[in-house]
Every structure is written in C-alpha cells, then in structure tokens.
Design a protein around this ligand. Structure first.
Ligand code: URA
Length: 431
C-alpha cells in the first residue's frame, strides 16, 4: 500500500491490480484508515484518469452484492439526482416512463439535511411499503413496470467505508471520488442504462456550472466505460424545483403534474429526463418521438394511472392520490411576506430546504423522525413581481409561530428593484 500511495502522490497512473488491491484490502480492514486517508488525499491532489476512475468504480461495485435485474424483461433504465430542494422528479418520471411500457426498478434513499429523500416523501401515503424482498421488487416491476424500494442488500460496502473516511479527512470534494462513489451504487443496483440529473446552483452539491459539468462528464465516462449507456442532464438548482418543498405537499404536486397541471419547470424537467430514459431503453428511435409519446400519456391519463398502480401494488392508500386533500397536512398556514416592492432575484434553495427541515419535513440528524404533513409552498419564484406585504411563501406548520423557519425563508429571498429574467432550467446535456 505504501508504494501505491507514493505512486499516486507523485502523479503516477495506477494499474487495475493496484486499485483492486486497495479496494479489497480496505474493505476487509487489512489496510488501515491512515493509509487510506493518505491515498484519498493523493487522489484529491493528483486526480485520476478516466480509466483509473472506472476501475475504482468497478472495484467498489465488486466489493459487495449487486442486484441482478435480469429476470425483468426489457432494458432497465435508472435515474439518479445529485440532490436538490423540491426535487420530486422521481414520482413523475417513474410513472411517465412505465406508462410507455419501459420497466423502472427504482432504488431510493432517505433524506438528510436540506434535501428530502424520495422514500420519506413516498411514505406520506398511508400504508405504502418501501421495504420488500428482491423477489417481490422484481415481480412488481415485471407486473406493473414500476417499483420504488429502499436499497436492499449490501451494495458497494467499499464506498460506504470510504465515503465515511473522506467525510472526516477533507477528501469528499474530489471529482473522481464523488463520481465513483455515486456510480458504484447505481451500477450495483443493476440498471442497464442511467440518466443522471446533475443539479447546479445554490441548492446543489455543486454550486457552479463548470463544476457540475465536470462531475457529469466524470460520471458519464464511468457509465460508458463500464457498459452502461449514461446521459446527464444538468439542471438548475438556484431555486427549489416546482412550488412545493416538504413531503406530502411534494407528492401532491407530482400527482398534479401527472394529471396535466403545468408547473413549468417541474413538468419540463420531468419530460426531459423521462424522454432520455425512454431513448436509452431503446423503446423509441429519437428523443422527439419519446417526448411526444410520454407527453400524450399525461393527457390521456395513462401516466397518472401508472402512479395509482404503483401505490396500490405497494399497499398504499390510493384514495389519498384520487383525492389529494386526504394527504397529511399540518393545521397552520403562516405567510412569510415581502418587505418591499420589486422582483424576486434570488431564492437560496439551501435555506428553503433548511427552513423546511426546521418545520420537521427533514432530518437534521440520521435518527430524526419526519413529519409528512409540514412543508413550504412557494408563492413567488425568480423573476416574479412582488408587492410589499404579499406572500413569498406559505409555511405549513404544526407550530403557530415557527420563528426559525420564518427567519430562514426571509434570508433566502432577495428582492431587487429591477426586472429579473427567469433562470435557465436545463443548462446542458452530456452524453
Ligand atoms: N454523494 C455520494 O454518494 N458520494 C459522494 O462522494 C458525494 C455525494
């Protein structure tokens, strides 16, 4: 291990054997944390070639179980978001893609900090079960074309151990390490191809477009190097996506999109991602053809029916989706208003995410309980005109006076005297 550290420290290119030696040895506990720390720091400063990064990713996949989806007929496409505020795209694209006959086997996670988790949001629906055996998961995808479940099995344990080490050694922010970490979990989950939604902006993991594009390129390279067709959509996270941030209120907004409501940014991004997924699944020969078929399924009701089927198949109370007012909702609505006339010029998405977390919609620590009925409804987004005293957001709260959240929302909004353009939603597509 000493020689491998020194080789990377001095800018050398590691062989497959050297990378595998490290990943296997570290996973088994044969290589100590202090050597792994020095090694990740060397990678942080020297980087990795595309080939080294792909090898590292594959070695992390091989460190644990993988999900074998070969019992599902057809090409399996997965989607992954690097995490944003108000990101309920999975609940929209899953049904959209399934509605055109493409199997979607989605494994999702829980939320921590300012971004919510897909599973937490889904559990707003009474009775809905997200823990299931691999067999049940596969059966549901074969029967209904769609299942969303918590991660089963011990996927990429090398990544788990390495990510925890990077977290305390200042080595999270290395592009090959981030890209390898994310892709190892996706590849271990068994999909044939992957659409990545790489967020960019104030509420994203990557704050600048340049960094987001670089991360997207790394991940696309890994996917393609390891035989998974991968496309990345770089989408804006300089403000929350859609108007709802929370849990049940996000499910409601997603269901409304599937019923044909036009929440512009959310509908557009969902159609974009779903269409790329459908092309990767080789169901359609062009993006335009896929887009048209998917959009038609919103209008003819098939996409919404696909969401109902998912909920029913996983034991959820579908009456909550048929009548969205039956979803949990906290008792109090508190307006946070503008102090001056003008135009909304910025909404710090991270602060909105934190304000929602203070209400109970998210977790500050791993063991916190989620309150599904609380959240934030945005009334103004970037570019909107606003008058002093008009509501910027409505807080949906158990507490009549949630001062911390009110304060955080006030900090999040910037109002300027000049007219402001709406931000670009989709910055780039990387294939
Ligand atoms: N998310 C991951 O899963 N891994 C990283 O390294 C960073 C973000």
């Amino acid at each position: 291990m000493y020689d491998i550290i020194v080789k990377k420290r001095d800018g050398g290119e590691l062989t497959k054997e050297e990378i595998e030696f490290f990943v296997e040895g570290y996973t088994k506990g044969e290589i100590p944390d202090y050597q792994a720390s020095a090694f990740t720091m060397a990678i942080y400063f020297q980087g990795m070639t595309a080939e080294e990064t792909a090898t590292l990713t594959q070695a992390m996949v091989d460190s644990g179980e993988t999900i074998d989806l070969s019992a599902i007929e057809g090409k399996k496409v997965d989607k992954h978001s690097t995490g944003g505020v108000g990101d309920k795209v999975t609940f929209i694209v899953g049904p959209l893609v399934a509605s055109v006959g493409i199997p979607v086997a989605k494994m999702s996670g829980r939320g921590l900090g300012h971004t919510g988790g897909t599973l937490d949001k889904l559990e707003s629906i009474k009775g809905l079960e997200i823990e299931m055996t691999k067999e049940k998961f596969i059966e549901n995808v074969n029967t209904h074309k769609l299942a969303v479940a918590g991660q089963t099995g011990n996927l990429a344990p090398a990544d788990k151990k390495l990510y925890a080490l990077r977290d305390v050694t200042g080595t999270v922010n290395s592009l090959p390490l981030i890209a390898g970490s994310i892709m190892s979990k996706k590849i271990a989950s068994g999909a044939d191809s992957i659409v990545l939604d790489v967020k960019t902006g104030s509420g994203a993991f990557m704050k600048t477009l340049e960094d987001s594009e670089a991360l997207a390129r790394e991940m696309v390279n890994i996917g393609n190097n390891l035989g998974r067709n991968t496309v990345a959509v770089i989408s804006d996270m300089n403000q929350p996506l859609g108007y709802e941030v929370g849990n049940a209120n996000e499910i409601k907004e997603a269901a409304e999109i599937l019923q044909g409501k036009n929440v512009e940014d959310l509908r557009l991004l969902s159609l974009e991602i779903a269409s790329h997924m459908a092309v990767l699944a080789e169901k359609f020969s062009s993006y335009e053809e896929a887009y048209e078929a998917i959009e038609a399924n919103i209008e003819n009701g098939k996409a919404f029916q696909s969401l109902r089927t998912l909920i029913e198949a996983q034991g959820g109370d579908v009456s909550m989706i048929d009548d969205l007012d039956r979803l949990p909702r906290a008792a109090h609505e508190i307006e946070v208003t503008a102090d001056q006339d003008g135009f909304v010029s910025a909404i710090d998405a991270e602060s909105i995410g934190i304000a929602a977390m203070y209400l109970g919609a998210g977790r500050a620590t791993k063991d916190d309980e989620i309150n599904h009925g609380v959240g934030i409804s945005l009334k103004k987004k970037i570019g909107d005109p606003v008058k002093a005293g008009e509501a910027l957001v409505v807080l949906i709260s158990d507490d009549e006076q949630p001062n911390d959240s009110i304060q955080k929302v006030k900090e999040a909004y910037t109002i300027s005297g000049e007219k402001v353009e709406k931000p670009t939603l989709i910055h780039n597509i990387i294939k």
